[in-house]
Ligand binder design. Structure first.
Ligand SMILES: *Cc1c(COP(=O)(O)O)cnc(C)c1O
Length: 368
């Protein structure tokens, strides 16, 4: 049996290149609390991503929880069931009630046409997800938010480096959050960030991620410990040197999969977004009824060949016990999300995935 192939593999820079960063940390003796690498990484990411204000976090979930705190979101928030469970969990950790709205069958993102009917007097915000790094209909969502006076926080965990016609997709809404988890395109092992529109908002977020401290003797809010440490920040700075190569390799793999799979009956590759820059963070396919076997049977068949595809996002968030009793979680309210969750399969994609490996995965899918 050949080596196992996982859905993703972290892209790690040469180990010896980490040594000088570690020596610097040992010399500085500052391990966390806005150390020099932390400050450098915030600046470097602003430049690379094309945004003005970034606050680094220990992970993406703390960034989500803190973003909701920063804007004092309460009551009900409209969100999607077609995401990683942290999206909705961040609401429960803030005592906010999630209200689930169905997704668009093409974008797989929150369907703007279904948002308005879910708004109540308690609604304070919309929490959409740019699923697989394919941008939401940000113009339509903003239009609805403006009419009803709602905040918009984007879960942009999949969106590192993604740009639409106007620039970074992270500029949309009131805040966007990123994840730098080991499984993401850009990783600091664990890590995350909030992108803010102005310096004042960033400052409030920086207080919140450090227990609410504004200075040595002043605590202005019941903050949390969400800080990114110097080791993570050093990993980020090193990783950033290789990110363009990594994205290029991902693009090539995406292209090879499309060439090998797009003519297969019953296999549908998701269209590439019209974004100016995509990050190829996932390679999702739909296993349609015309395909000889079902999605789960294909998943098992790949697994038997030591290839570990993932059914992102199955189960839906609304299938989990802390959500499924809610009126908005009823299956008849979410027909599109239900249908997609039943046929989606994310194939392995990561920079070091080789051409023969892609060919082998495609062959197994074609040979069914
Ligand atoms: C990865 C992810 C998160 C959580 O990020 P962590 O850094 O793992 O806490 C949140 N939302 C989505 C959509 C994700 O994919």
């Amino acid at each position: 049996m050949s080596e196992p192939i996982y859905v993703t593999q972290p892209f790690l820079p040469p180990l010896r290149e980490l040594q000088p960063y570690l020596e610097q940390i040992w010399k500085n003796r500052q391990l966390t609390n806005a150390g020099p690498f932390h400050e450098q990484l915030e600046q470097a990411l602003c430049n690379y991503l094309g945004v003005d204000h970034i606050s680094l976090f220990a992970n993406g979930t703390l960034a989500l929880v803190t973003a909701l705190q920063a804007l004092r979101i309460a009551g009900e928030v409209i969100t999607t069931s077609y995401s990683f469970v942290a999206t909705a969990h961040s609401l429960l950790w803030n005592g906010i009630q999630p209200v689930f709205v169905d997704i668009d069958p093409e974008s797989l993102n929150l369907d703007p046409a279904k948002i308005e009917e879910a708004i109540t007097p308690q609604t304070s915000a919309i929490l959409p997800v740019h699923v697989y790094g394919r941008p939401c209909d940000t113009a339509k969502i903003q239009q609805i938010a403006d009419i009803y006076g709602l905040k918009v926080i984007y879960d942009a965990a999949h969106c590192f480096a993604v740009q639409d016609q106007g620039g970074s997709v992270l500029r949309h809404g009131d805040l966007s959050i990123l994840s730098f988890h080991a499984t993401k395109v850009f990783t600091t092992f664990e890590g995350g960030a909030i992108v803010s529109p102005d310096a004042k908002t960033k400052q409030r977020i920086d207080f919140l991620k450090n227990f609410g401290f504004a200075d040595e003797v002043t605590v202005v809010a019941p903050g949390i410990n969400g800080k990114m440490n110097e080791f993570q920040a050093a990993l980020g700075l090193l990783q950033l040197k290789y990110i363009d190569d990594a994205l290029k390799q991902r693009a090539e793999i995406d292209c090879r999969y499309r060439a090998a799979l797009s003519s297969l009956t019953g296999i549908r590759c998701l269209s590439l977004p019209e974004s100016k820059r995509h990050n190829y963070s996932y390679f999702p396919i739909m296993v349609e009824p015309e395909y000889p076997i079902g999605r789960d049977a294909l998943y098992d068949r790949l697994k038997n060949s030591n290839i570990f595809a993932r059914r992102y996002f199955y189960p839906l968030i609304t299938d989990f016990p802390m959500y499924r009793g809610r009126p908005s979680a009823r299956p008849e309210r979410l027909p599109v999300a239900m249908a997609i969750a039943g046929k989606i399969l994310c194939l392995p994609i990561y920079p070091e995935l080789t051409e023969p490996q892609v060919a082998r995965i495609a062959e197994i899918i074609a040979d069914v």
